[in-house]
Ligand binder design. Structure first.
Ligand SMILES: NC(=O)c1ccc[n+]([C@@H]2O[C@H](COP(=O)([O-])OP(=O)(O)OC[C@H]3O[C@@H](n4cnc5c(N)ncnc54)[C@H](O)[C@@H]3O)[C@@H](O)[C@H]2O)c1
Ligand SMILES: O=P(O)(O)OC[C@H](O)CO
Length: 320
């Protein structure tokens, strides 16, 4: 049997990790990079030390013509523009996490607007790129309306170290991936400001309730958020020091200005752009999201840290 052909669009940390994983699973990989030259020369990314691209990965600036699956691993706010150049090469899998700022669309809605007739799926879960690239044990969810399609797509990436679970709740999985980044900023700010571990655990738990309400309100299931794409990713991102969203929150909590933090970074912290977008989505559907709202106000510098803390602590006592 011929090796499956997998295309990966985006050669940031996640695109490279997924390309390495697909190669490990036996695929011939077409890795599209915006700037392919230095990557095709060195075959390494400084942010992923100890990982060298195997020969079965072709690094190129050309889009793929045909593939058994196309993994879209660009930052959420660039997805629509990049998709404008991606031909209908095969089933599309969204690997980015976020909500589009202007349209408030989730990744699969953006893909559907460009390729309405192709199968679509979303891949998400507690997945640091550097660990996947090293082959450390990892689990993730692949969600698609058609569970048979989800299993077929999952087969292209699965190895014993990279376990994929199929789901038919693509909305719940996309909400988990998008909203956990916002809660991780809150968790980081809590630790940075010295508010303690009790506060972080409480924020994570109340944040999880917001993820569940968002999922249900937008047509997904709340239970999906008890899985890898919800609580799994929330635990990783709110506690793993290498999370970009957590570390951005940590710096905010220590009193650094957002512009200064972003000015020192070349990598994406999706929670910054997703916070106002997911808040607007929640308001549109009349869903209560006090933690997300507070993070959004903090990022916009409409409130400071002390006000953010007081806002959450002065809410009326409710039931769980
Ligand atoms: N890094 C991880 O551990 C990880 C894990 C799971 C999911 N993700 C998700 O994958 C997505 C990509 O994240 P990443 O970590 O690979 O990114 P990154 O921070 O490593 O790199 C940024 C990427 O953005 C690209 N980029 C910058 N400007 C662009 C433009 N104008 N148009 C198109 N692309 C542009 C760069 O070429 C680079 O590929 C995000 O949605 C992220 O949440 C990341
Ligand atoms: O480094 P972060 O915060 O973008 O998180 C990366 C992944 O989404 C973790 O699952």
């Amino acid at each position: 049997m011929n090796a499956p052909r997998i295309a990966v669009i985006g050669a940031g940390a996640w695109g490279i990790a997924l390309a390495v994983q697909a190669a490990r699973a036996g695929a011939q990989v077409h890795l599209w990079a915006r700037k392919p030259d230095s990557l095709s020369d060195t075959r390494t990314l400084p942010r992923l030390p100890h990982v060298t691209l195997p020969e079965s990965i072709t690094v190129t600036g050309d889009m793929p013509a045909r593939a058994d699956a196309v993994l879209l691993a660009v930052p959420m706010q660039h997805l629509r523009a990049v998709l404008g150049h991606v031909p209908p090469a095969g089933p599309m899998i969204a690997c980015c996490k976020g909500v589009e700022r202007d349209s408030l669309a989730l990744p699969l809605e953006v893909i559907a607007s460009r390729h309405p007739n192709l199968p679509r799926a979303v891949l998400s879960g507690p997945n640091f790129a550097h660990e996947v690239a090293q082959g450390l044990p990892t689990a993730a969810v692949l969600a698609c309306e058609d569970p048979v399609e989800a299993r077929d797509l999952a087969d292209h990436l699965t190895t014993p170290e990279f376990r994929l679970y199929a789901s038919d709740d693509a909305i719940g999985v996309q909400i988990g991936g998008a909203a956990k980044n916002v809660i991780a900023i809150a968790a980081g700010a809590t630790i940075g400001a010295g508010l303690g571990e009790n506060a972080r655990a409480s924020l994570m738990t109340r944040g999880l309730a917001e993820l569940g309400r968002l999922s249900r309100g937008l047509g997904g299931r709340a239970e999906t958020l008890s899985g890898l794409a919800g609580v799994g990713d929330l635990i990783l991102t709110c506690t793993g020091p290498s999370s970009r969203n957590f570390s951005l929150g940590l710096a905010l909590g220590r009193g650094e200005a957002l512009s200064a933090i972003l000015g020192q970074r070349t990598t994406v912290a999706e929670g910054v752009t997703t916070a106002p977008a997911i808040l607007a989505l929640a308001r549109k559907h009349d869903i209560s999201v006090p933690v997300i709202e507070t993070v959004s106000l903090l990022l916009a510098e409409d409130i400071d840290l002390a006000e953010a803390r007081d806002r959450l602590l002065s809410r009326p006592v409710g039931t769980e």
